[in-house]
Design a protein around this ligand. Structure first.
Ligand code: 3AL
Length: 170
């Protein structure tokens, strides 16, 4: 496994392919970040990725948010390799009643915002996720774009850590 500093010295295609899963459907994001080389560490890549994401227009951010699968979706075809692992880790022992409540809250949330509710499942228990869903559904559109983008950044951090086998510190 190459580290980020090595990837940074290699070809565009390898770089984009290796980092395309850090953000869902994120090959274009990795491709854009290639121009911000060199990356000396994962923290360096993460900081530049977060800056890049926060500078995007709201419409582009919403486009990214819509690439994420719903939590405990009945449609498994929407799950990438990364999100499949995350879902399995968090939801393998979930009760039927929590599953049904999360699915019902997902529907209400999507109806209101027209994009999925996102929470970094590596940082949130099922109980937390339920609380967050109840609370966040009352937020405004702008607040939820912001919340989802923050969660996407957290998810990206854990994906980088998993990929490059670091300890999660940030
Ligand atoms: N909807 C949503 O939060 N999806 C995700 N969360 C996470 O940690 N991985 C995902 O794919």
């Amino acid at each position: 496994m190459s580290d980020i500093a090595c990837l940074s010295k290699g070809s565009y295609v390898t770089f984009r392919n290796e980092l395309s899963g850090i953000i869902e459907d994120g090959a274009w994001i990795a491709g854009a970040l290639f121009d911000l080389k060199p990356f000396v560490s994962i923290e360096d890549y993460y900081t530049k990725l977060c800056d890049f994401l926060s500078q995007l227009s709201v419409i582009a951010q919403v486009g990214i948010i819509r690439c994420y699968p719903q939590l405990i979706s009945t449609d498994k075809t929407t799950l990438s390799k990364e999100s499949t692992d995350e879902h399995e880790m968090r939801f393998k022992n979930i009760s039927t009643s929590s599953t049904l409540t999360i699915r019902e809250l997902n529907s209400q949330y999507i109806e209101k915002f027209q994009f999925p509710f996102i929470s970094c499942v590596k940082e949130n228990s099922v109980e937390n996720i339920l609380e967050l869903m109840h609370a966040r559904i009352g937020n405004t559109y702008q607040e939820e774009v912001k919340m989802n983008m923050q969660q996407i950044q957290r998810i990206a951090w854990y994906r980088l850590v998993d990929k490059f086998k670091l300890e999660a510190k940030l």
